[in-house]
Every structure is written in C-alpha cells, then in structure tokens.
Design a protein around this ligand. Structure first.
Ligand SMILES: Nc1ncnc2c1ncn2[C@@H]1O[C@H](COP(=O)(O)OP(=O)(O)OP(=O)(O)O)[C@@H](O)[C@H]1O
Length: 398
C-alpha cells in the first residue's frame, strides 16, 4: 500500500489545525545536477512535536532540513511558518527565528562558551546583561555548570559537552523551531543515550517544534513523536507515530528499513496497564501444599506465586516442588512490574524468570497478577490490527 498520493493530513491522524511548518511541494535540484535531491515534498509539522526524518544515506534528509531555514534555496514550492509564506523573506531574519544544531557543531573556537551561546541574542540586539543571563540559564539547562564552563574555550570540552553547548547555542534566542541534523551522531553510544534522554527531558518543558534528522532508526523511534521514512529524493514512504510504523510498515522498503526486531521494539510503546491480567494461582503464607495443588488444578497451570503476609509476591513454586520448604521450594520472583512499565520491560523480566512469566504489583507492592508470553503476543496482534484498520480507513477516505 502506498501513502504517497495522500495529502499530509490524510497520512496521519493529526487534527486539522494549522501546522507550525508546512512544506508545500518543495523541491531542490542542485546546480549542475540532473536529478532532484528533494522532489515536490509536502509535509506538515505541528507545534510542539518532534518530527524525525530518517532514511538511507543520500536520500535528501539534510537538504530537506536546510530548505526549511533556507540555508539552501528551494528550486520550487513554498515553505510556510505559522501559515506565513517565508519563501521570499530575508533568510538571515528567518534563521534567527530557527535554532539549528549539527553534528560537528562548529562552535567558534576563539570565543568562550558564553560568547558562543550569546551569538544569536547579541545579533538580535539583546543588551549584554540580558544575553549573559540567558547564557547562564541555558548552560544550567543543558547540564553544564556556568561557573566552571562560561569562560572556557570550545577546545576544552569533550564531544558530549560540546554537543550540549551546541544545543544551548541553538536555544539562545528562544526560537520556537529547532532543526537538528544528526545532533548526537558523532558521540559514543553511552554519552549519546544520555544526551538523547536529557534532550527529551528538556523538550518536555520547552515544547519546541523540532525537525530532527538521523539515519538511525532506533534514534528515530526514541526521539520522534512522528517519523517520516524517506526514500530517494526525499519521497515520503511512510509518516506516522513510531508505534504505528513498527506495528504496520506500509511496504517492503519501510519494513526493510526498520529491520528485524521491529515487533519487539513495538513493545516499548505498550504498557502493562493495557493488559487484562488473568487469574493466577497463589499460595498464601499459611496455605498447605494441598491448597496449592487445588489452586493449580483450578487454573490448569504449573506454577504458582507464593505471597508474604503483605500479599507481596516472593517466590515462584512449581507443582513438583510444592512439598518442599524454604529454598528447596521455588525460586525468587525477581524484579516486579508496575502498571506504567512497558511490555518491553515485561519481556526482559520474563526471559529471566523461572516460570517464564512476570508478576505485577500495585503501588503498595501487593500482587495483582501475572504477565504471560501469550499476553504479549495478544497485545502485539491488537496493535497490528489497530494500525492496519487505521490505514485501511485512510485508504477508504482518500
Ligand atoms: N551541494 C551539493 N551539490 C550537489 N549535490 C548535492 C549537494 N549536497 C547534496 N547533494 C546531493 O543531494 C543528495 C541528497 O543529499 P543529502 O545530504 O541531503 O542526503 P542525506 O540523506 O542527508 O545523506 P546522509 O545521510 O548521507 O547525510 C545526494 O545525492 C547528494 O549527493
């Protein structure tokens, strides 16, 4: 199934409010080349959302991003910000409204960290005091102690710290739009994950409208409210929430791009609270093995959960071990699940558990049920069914 003939609104279920950014048949053919780098791309990005552009190398992601702030002039089409056509406005003025972060962030080497961050505010005519106060605030926001770093020079920073300064600099004049081109691409995996998490936390407060380029599908899944999977010449192969793309890749291109394990990655978007937990046999502290056997018979299961006096689960007991005592009887239940945990976390615990299942507890730590592999399979099938229905409905409407 192809979504390419549909308008951006039809491609997603975003309500029809005015987009923050609209690309309307925007194209770019570089001088001296015959093939377009970006061909008639139409795309809406709504206020406060992170849209991730992801696709194979050379498909036109960076070109698309730079068309938005007109670092690259489009060969055709229109770009609208808040409904206003900015295709003809002064590009310098436009760029001051839009923060821009790139991989090798290009801090000015002969300026201090504070001066780097104050660049755009000063260009906008902020007075010294106000710009300084802003750079202090931003250093704190991105997790760098102003006392220690404000007067340092970029060469004194680690890659991760420099990238934080890059984000702070892009936020300098508090732009409502941020363009980020592989911002965490050149960083080691551990620092990268930390920066991603910090950035998502910051975005939780700031709610900027962000277009984020990566070639890494896992980064796209983590960072995106929506993901646009691009093919050659920036043609949209699928644009949707990460969970729906994982549940229902629309064609082989998308399926290949998201790669193996997509079903399991989809478990990150489902919570334990979405499952209907079934009855599970338990053994109270005072129960006899006979009571345990009866409970097992009632439910047709092999394992039961031993509870303590507070009804907290403590051990898995197998039917064959009911007569044992202490450590001879069963195995510790291990880490417990809460309703807000993801099914991905449930799966991780399940594969480590003696019974292959995981106990769920309420806020007070009391047993409420067990998640089984069949529950995960059912949840996945339901997500896939709902995503398929969504696309079938869009197809009917178009
Ligand atoms: N200045 C330029 N002049 C001519 N062609 C260019 C120029 N910049 C990019 N291209 C071409 O445009 C196409 C898209 O390039 P772009 O850098 O936008 O892709 P990308 O998806 O961001 O790639 P990557 O993931 O490798 O960074 C490529 O074929 C590239 O060779």
């Amino acid at each position: 199934m192809s979504t390419q003939q549909q308008s951006p609104e039809q491609r997603t279920d975003t309500p029809t409010r005015e987009p923050k950014i609209r690309l309307d048949k925007v194209g770019k053919t570089y001088p001296g080349t015959k093939v377009a780098a970006v061909e008639e791309l139409s795309l809406d990005i709504h206020e406060g959302e992170i849209l991730v552009l992801v696709g194979p190398s050379g498909c036109g992601k960076s070109t698309t991003l730079r068309l938005i702030n007109r670092m690259i002039e489009p060969s055709g089409g229109r770009i609208l910000l808040d409904g206003e056509d900015v295709t003809k406005v002064n590009p310098d003025k436009l760029r001051r409204r839009i923060g821009y972060v790139i991989q090798q962030i290009g801090l000015f080497p002969h300026q201090t960290i504070a001066q780097n961050i104050e660049t755009v505010p000063r260009m906008l005519g902020w007075d010294k005091q106000k710009a300084k106060a802003r750079s202090e605030e931003l250093l704190g926001m991105v997790g760098l102690d102003p006392e220690r770093y404000r007067d340092s020079y970029p060469k004194a920073l680690s890659g991760g710290q420099a990238q934080r300064v890059g984000v702070a600099r892009a936020l300098g004049a508090d732009p409502d739009i941020m363009l980020m081109d592989e911002p965490f691409g050149a960083i080691d995996p551990i620092t990268r994950e930390r920066l991603q998490n910090e950035f998502l936390r910051l975005q939780g407060e700031l709610r900027k409208t962000i277009v984020f380029v990566t070639h890494d599908i896992d980064e796209a899944i983590k960072m995106g409210d929506k993901i646009a999977i691009l093919g050659e010449r920036s043609t949209i192969r699928q644009i949707d929430t990460p969970e729906r793309i994982l549940a229902y890749p629309v064609d082989d291109f998308v399926d290949d791009f998201i790669g193996t394990g997509s079903t399991i990655k989809g478990l990150n978007f489902l919570q334990v609270s979405s499952l209907a937990l079934t009855d599970y046999p338990t053994l109270e502290p005072s129960s006899t093995p006979d009571a345990g056997r009866a409970a097992l018979q009632d439910t047709g299961r092999e394992w039961l959960v031993q509870l303590d006096e507070n009804r907290a689960p403590v051990r898995w007991i197998h039917a064959d071990d009911l007569d044992g005592t202490g450590d001879e009887r069963g195995e510790p239940v291990g880490e417990l699940l809460h309703s807000e945990d993801t099914l991905f976390h449930a799966l991780e615990l399940m594969v480590q558990s003696a019974s292959g299942e995981t106990c769920v507890v309420d806020g007070s730590g009391a047993f409420v049920g067990v998640v089984r592999m069949a529950d995960l399979a059912k949840a996945i099938r339901r997500a896939q069914y709902e995503a398929r229905m969504h696309y079938e409905q869009m197809e009917r409407q178009s």
